[in-house]
Design a protein around this ligand. Structure first.
Ligand SMILES: [Zn+2]
Length: 258
């Protein structure tokens, strides 16, 4: 097969197929597959091969706190929130889901509602992934080493609502996106134990108990008063650096420095 501008040429089909190339193809094309989804949209997926980038010695490090109030907060003060149009699309998705369940089983109306829900759900997924790609790109551009909490370690201090579960799935994706972008740029992702990261003072190490609704970190020992998520991200950064300094094993992805 071959991609000639926007025309895809396949050996089994005569003539070219007009395609919308939504992303530049990087590297040498190895395989190509064609997929049709529930909404009857067709996709062409290319697998490409890239040269290994040169791993560079990390000079800068940022910690990232993933949350619900803010999607992500970094230790250098960047705040990432889900865009309004995404929140609206998500609302529409819930409404379409409810509407589907009101329709009679096997009815034509139910079928219609199903198709509608599938296309709205696809839009929500696309918007979410687009946002996660933008955030991971900015994270990788911000520092040579990016530190996250390891989501595979159960964290009893954080709440376990359904909303949180859905978030965790997205955060897993954000970390994977960051790992793959970091790999391509010769940068590093480190995962640390999430235990107490939201409670510990990033300046003096004191445990400052907070409920979920407490948005400000106020340390009576050293006097630090900052946004709780910013405090957490700074603590996560420190944990990442400490783990590297003392050779403590950090977990995940096999990307952590030895
Ligand atoms: Zn303190």
């Amino acid at each position: 097969m071959e991609l000639n501008g926007t025309r895809l040429i396949l050996s089994k089909i005569s003539g070219g197929i007009r395609t919308f190339v939504h992303r530049q193809i990087v590297g040498r094309i190895k395989t190509c597959s064609i997929k049709r989804d529930k909404t009857n949209a067709w996709y062409v997926i290319f697998t490409t091969e890239l040269e290994n980038p040169v791993k560079r010695e990390p000079k800068t490090t940022i910690g990232v706190d993933l949350g619900i109030t803010h999607a992500a907060v970094t230790s250098d003060g960047q705040y990432f929130d889900y865009p309004k149009y995404y929140v609206q699309a998500e609302k529409k998705n819930r409404a379409a889901n409810k509407s589907l369940h009101r329709k009679k089983l096997g009815s034509n109306n139910r079928k219609k509602a199903q198709t509608k829900l599938a296309s709205i759900a696809k839009r929500v997924t696309n918007l979410r992934e687009e946002f996660l790609h933008q955030v991971s790109r900015k994270l990788v551009n911000s520092a040579d080493r990016i530190v996250f909490e390891d989501l595979s370690i159960p964290n009893m201090l954080k709440n376990h609502s359904l909303a949180k579960h859905i978030q965790d799935v997205s955060w897993g994706k954000l970390i994977r996106f960051t790992v793959s972008k970091a790999e391509r740029a010769g940068k590093t992702v480190v995962l640390v134990n999430p235990y107490n990261t939201s409670q510990r003072c990033s300046a003096c190490g004191e445990i400052v108990s907070k409920k979920l609704k407490d948005r400000v970190h106020i340390c009576s020992r050293c006097g630090l008063i900052i946004c709780r998520d910013l405090n957490a991200s700074m603590g996560i950064r420190t944990l990442g650096l400490r783990g590297i300094a003392c050779g403590e094993p950090t977990s995940g992805f096999g990307l952590c420095p030895k």
